[in-house]
Design a protein around this ligand. Structure first.
Ligand SMILES: Nc1ncnc2c1ncn2[C@@H]1O[C@H](COP(=O)(O)OP(=O)(O)OP(=O)(O)O)[C@@H](O)[C@H]1O
Ligand SMILES: [Mg+2]
Length: 209
């Protein structure tokens, strides 16, 4: 489905790739240009979603099944789509989301080995084909990303998974970018925060002209 009146842009990438940093800088920049930006994050972004997020990230649940994890992510997303994303887009707003559907493919399908069919069904019946207009994929090697994440906050349940898992996630993301070159733009996060931001501003210029 087309993005209705508004613009839907997502930010993806492995742990510690700079999503939160870059999304904030970009939102500040565009707000200064009088754009009204709605910032959302996954899992979360709604009252229900934030509660689901707390379960998903809780290190206590180190034996959570892959399917439990998948359905919790999808549950939070279903609420976010209905309560926030669709109404905002219908009002013509710009919606930035820190992670969305690509994260489920990268983490649950490529990382944990869940069959993609489970995600396809959600896309068809719940998201009704809602697709970001543009996705910025911040790419970083696993070691650097996990180090950066560790320096900024205590490790969450996902970050505690082994390095091989995180490598599958990164490769899953890059594979998605290869398959969707028009929508997903890869930006290396090895450069400085300022240089990465410059690249992103260049990439979104098309959407805001
Ligand atoms: N280009 C960069 N160079 C050096 N440090 C960076 C860069 N981008 C972000 N950082 C730092 O890395 C840490 C993680 O960044 P950030 O929280 O934005 O990543 P994230 O992708 O949102 O992580 P998470 O997956 O944990 O949500 C922060 O301390 C941030 O300041
Ligand atoms: Mg973040």
């Amino acid at each position: 489905m087309e993005n209705r009146k508004g613009k839907f842009i997502t930010f993806e990438g492995p742990e510690g790739s700079g999503k939160s940093t870059q999304i904030r800088l970009l939102a500040e920049y565009l707000s200064s240009k009088d754009y009204k930006i709605e910032l959302l994050r996954e899992p979360g972004g709604t009252e229900i979603g934030e509660k689901v997020r707390a379960i998903l990230l809780d290190v206590k649940f180190d034996r959570m099944s892959s399917f439990c994890e998948l359905y919790l992510y999808l549950a939070a997303r279903a609420q976010l789509i209905e309560e926030k994303i669709i109404p905002f887009l219908n009002e013509g707003k710009v919606v930035f989301c820190d992670r969305f559907i690509d994260a489920t493919i990268a983490y649950q399908v490529c990382g944990s080995g869940v069959a993609p069919d489970f995600v396809d069904g959600f896309q068809k019946f719940v998201a009704a084909g809602l697709t970001p207009r543009l996705t910025i994929l911040l790419d970083i090697d696993v070691e650097t990303g996990l180090k950066r994440a560790a320096s900024s906050h205590p490790q969450d349940r996902l970050e505690k998974k082994d390095v091989i898992y995180h490598q599958r996630v990164r490769e899953g993301y890059l594979e998605l970018a290869k398959k969707n070159p028009k929508r997903i733009k890869v930006v290396s996060s090895l450069a400085s925060i300022e240089d990465v931001q410059k690249k992103i501003r260049g990439l979104i210029a098309d959407v805001f002209k």
